[in-house]
Design a protein around this ligand. Structure first.
Ligand SMILES: *Cc1c(COP(=O)(O)O)cnc(C)c1O
Length: 494
């Protein structure tokens, strides 16, 4: 029986996978969920003999079941190619008693490449399948990382255009350089005079502008978003957890069926939800360890059953986890509430009203697969240093949050199950803080000099993504006020 997708809030039901991918967010504000989680249809031993692409096909075909084999394999081949600097795509490194699943070997050296390198192909294939002739236009506001990963994914993909808005002065120098040097005739990068929230609000307004939508349709364009709630981003993330397990099995570090724990540095709850789905598919996973930074709204939720966003927002050295509303959590809430759209809608209304909600004792039982904890800045930096000094392996600040939380988990539980830590960014992406943590003096040098020194200290070559921007020409210099965003979009779409 084929899988159908419905909104967590009940407003839309019965969509095919390709329809859900095209639409992204449901019209009632809910997230699309599959009506069941399919079981893996190969044994773990069989999966252990597959390369990344083959395994990714075997996992994704179960969710995207209205794609033909040729269509889906085509998407996978275009996504997981030489853009990645290792044929393994997602290799495992062993350090200090844990397996670090390196998800940062793609175009922008962070884990969002894993999903954003395939999403454009899933979208254009979905458009063809649904006889949509308009060009797909991605509009995104970014505080740094997502924008670049989306640009890299959509650049030069036929049938798409992408426009990214970032706050001028609100992203790091390297992040800005990564974006403004982006190649591809279908890309535009625009600096906004305002902060990230202004850019985000501006993009939301553009999406809600019905008159703009109509005039764009006449010109042959259709807006879409690439954000992490799209089911087309979530499903590709399941694959690397299955692949990590298969790798451990192939290398005889575990036996077939042995459980593993998975530790994930969490912000929007997308990456850890994918690990949860992998478990539901039958992957032998013990605990899902949810690691937060100082913005520990998820830790408090797992501990108390109350989700409360009313608190100070703290800027940390793991900026991609500085989040107070974890949007993908809605899919878990839907599930623990008994797949009830009414209940989910009720809780989400409380969240957007009072900024908090409380789940019942019964619902809390549905969270038993999870363990939550957090690491503050000091603990995060100390963890980078501990691992570097003991074995020379260097991890980034986000991964360090997960690693530090894993140490707390071990101290709390004495659980010796082999554990996989999702390593979500290359240390070369956050060089300054990483080197500070390693005990290096970083005050006198610019970011590129630090990159060279980090390469020397870690014995890891400077990644291509960093090398490329060193001498690249600036190709985007548009700036505008928030009020001017609509005009900039209209000028791009001719
Ligand atoms: C986005 C991001 C995260 C958080 O992932 P979620 O799916 O939002 O939980 C963690 N680390 C890095 C480096 C990221 O870019």
């Amino acid at each position: 029986m084929s899988i159908s997708y419905s909104s967590t809030r009940g407003g839309e039901t019965g969509l095919t996978a390709s329809e859900a991918i095209l639409q992204g967010l449901a019209k009632d504000g809910g997230l699309f969920v599959p009506d069941r989680i399919p079981a893996l249809d190969h044994t773990l031993a069989e999966l252990a003999r597959m390369d990344y692409r083959e395994l990714a096909y075997q996992v994704m075909k179960l969710f995207f079941d209205d794609f033909t084999e040729e269509e889906l394999r085509g998407c996978i081949e275009k996504a997981y190619d030489e853009k990645f600097d290792t044929p393994e795509i997602a290799p495992l490194a062993y350090a200090e008693g844990a397996y670090y699943l390196e998800l940062f070997h793609g175009a922008t050296i962070a884990f969002k490449d894993m999903a954003l390198s395939i999403l454009p192909h899933l979208m254009t294939t979905s458009a063809k399948k649904n006889a949509i002739s308009e060009e797909i236009v991605i509009l995104t506001a970014t505080s740094g990382d997502t924008g670049k990963a989306a640009l890299a994914g959509f650049a030069d993909v036929p049938g798409t255009r992408i426009m990214v808005f970032y706050p001028k002065g609100g992203v790091s120098r390297i992040q800005e350089l990564q974006m403004v040097t982006q190649k591809g005739a279908n890309t535009r990068v625009v600096a906004i005079h305002g902060n990230f929230d202004d850019a985000q609000t501006g993009v939301k307004k553009l999406f809600a502008d019905r008159e703009l939508e109509r005039s764009m349709k006449e010109r042959g364009f259709r807006f879409s978003s690439a954000n992490s709630i799209n089911i087309g981003r979530l499903v590709p993330q399941i694959c690397y957890y299955v692949y990590a397990y298969a790798t451990l099995l192939k290398e005889e570090r575990i036996g077939e069926g042995d459980p593993v724990n998975i530790v994930v540095p969490t912000g929007n709850f997308g990456n850890i939800l994918a690990a949860f789905y992998a478990k539901q598919m039958g992957l032998p996973v013990g605990k899902l360890i949810c690691a937060s930074n100082t913005n520990k709204v998820l830790f408090d939720f797992f501990r108390s059953g109350t989700y409360d966003r009313n608190r100070e927002f703290v800027l940390t050295s793991s900026p991609s986890m500085d989040i107070l509303i974890s949007s993908n959590l809605e899919r878990l809430i839907y599930r623990i509430g008994g797949n009830s759209p009414e209940r989910c809608k009720e809780l989400m209304a409380l969240l957007s009203g009072d900024g908090k909600y409380e789940i019942t004792e019964k619902e809390r039982e549905g969270l038993s697969d999870f363990y939550g904890n957090f690491a503050d800045e000091e603990e995060t930096f100390a963890e980078i240093r501990r691992i570097y000094e003991s074995c020379g392996y260097v991890i980034d600040t986000h991964t360090a949050v997960a690693s530090a939380v894993y140490q707390k988990y071990l101290a709390d539980t004495k659980d010796e199950t082999p554990s996989i830590i999702a390593s979500t960014a290359s240390p070369f992406k956050f060089t300054r803080n990483v080197m500070k943590a390693m005990g290096e003096d970083v005050s006198a040098e610019d970011d590129f000099a630090l990159v060279d020194r980090l390469s020397h200290l870690s014995g890891v070559a400077v990644p291509r993504a960093v090398k490329e921007i060193r001498n690249a020409a600036v190709l985007h210099d548009t700036e505008c006020d928030v009020d001017g965003m609509k005009a900039v979009v209209e000028a791009f779409l001719v």
